[in-house]
Design a protein around this ligand. Structure first.
Ligand SMILES: [Zn+2]
Length: 327
């Protein structure tokens, strides 16, 4: 996101674009750094004990990551609308975060296209339901739409979007003859450049290139090198080689890159998918899209339950936070 959000109503309108889907019956905790969104975590409104544990974990991870300011917003959708529970939950969230030295100055409620502040730290937020700003009037939303980014209606839809497959092409790539020689490093770099930053759709890339590159990702050091470009500095994952390869800019539009990675995924049969799903998860997680990261990890582990990098990432993603901001 490059645009500035003007006020918390804008932020609420923008959150689905940051999460990748519209949160429903959720508690969303936004970690802030100098008034910028640094991390977004989401919990289902369900069992009170689970929620308390979830908030506790979020507070712990935020504190470890040096996030000291947060904002909590309850999205209430299901009827009948609970009147007391959201505010009680928000108070609990504020207290649990405070126990980790994370200050939640704003506790907000969103329902039926309106929002209001249960607690306001700035003195300017509405205390009674006010309309969430029209998406067309929020610069950051318009920017996302122009970038071709639309939030999915639900987490289930996000899952389904990753499962899509160009079946015929995936079969051809899966059946492509295997050569004994590993793909040379320069060829991996060139092909990855095309995948990440090219202009032609991935499914129009030459099949031998896609087949070789997709197989090269089964090699741990090759995959880790690419992972390092996409998700630099993930602690606990033990990835080295985070230097950008020659000619690859250090800072790129993470969402545009992820859209290309998802296109690549759609060209692959299941057995070649775990490394690419893990790259998507790493990229998503390091730039704050925890929901996509969780879904990608989940699918990698469904295909290969022992896939180590996915398990490590899954553990980190479960905590609901990323360790650092990537531009
Ligand atoms: Zn306020």
């Amino acid at each position: 996101m490059r645009s500035t959000l003007h006020g918390l109503g804008d932020l609420i309108a923008y959150l689905p674009y940051e999460l990748g889907f519209r949160p429903t019956d959720s508690l969303v905790v936004v970690g802030l750094d100098d008034d910028r969104i640094r991390v977004v975590a989401r919990l289902d409104l369900g069992d009170a004990d689970d929620l308390a544990q979830g908030i506790h974990r979020i507070g712990s991870v935020f504190a470890q990551a040096g996030v000291r300011e947060a904002l909590c917003c309850v999205f209430v959708d299901t009827d009948p609308a609970p009147t007391v529970v959201p505010t009680r939950l928000l108070d609990l969230a504020g207290d649990l975060l405070r126990a980790h030295d994370v200050d939640a100055a704003h506790l907000l409620v969103t329902r039926s296209g309106s929002w209001w502040a249960h607690r306001c730290g700035c003195g300017h937020c509405p205390r009674r339901p006010a309309a969430v700003p029209d998406r067309d009037r929020v610069d950051a939303v318009v920017e996302s739409v122009l970038d071709g980014i639309a939030p999915h209606a639900s987490r289930a839809e996000l899952r389904a979007s990753l499962r899509e497959c160009r079946t015929e092409l995936a079969q051809v790539i899966g059946d492509a003859p295997v050569t004994d020689r590993p793909m040379p490093s320069a060829a991996v770099t060139a092909a990855m450049w095309e995948i990440l930053h090219g202009t032609r759709p991935i499914h129009e890339m030459p099949v031998p290139v896609l087949a070789s590159l997709s197989r090269a990702m089964a090699n741990r050091s090759t995959r880790d090198e690419v992972f390092g470009w996409l998700a630099p500095g993930l602690p606990g994952v033990g990835v080295s080689g985070s230097d950008s390869p020659p000619g690859m800019p250090g800072a790129f539009d993470a969402r545009a890159v992820r859209a290309r990675l998802v296109q690549w995924l759609h060209c692959l049969p299941d057995r070649l998918r775990p490394p690419v799903l893990t790259l998507i998860a790493g990229s998503a997680w390091s730039s704050g899209s925890g929901a996509l990261a969780a879904v990608a990890v989940e699918q990698a582990l469904q295909i290969d339950p022992g896939y180590r990098l996915a398990r490590l990432l899954g553990h980190a993603v479960e905590l609901g936070a990323r360790p650092r901001r990537c531009a």
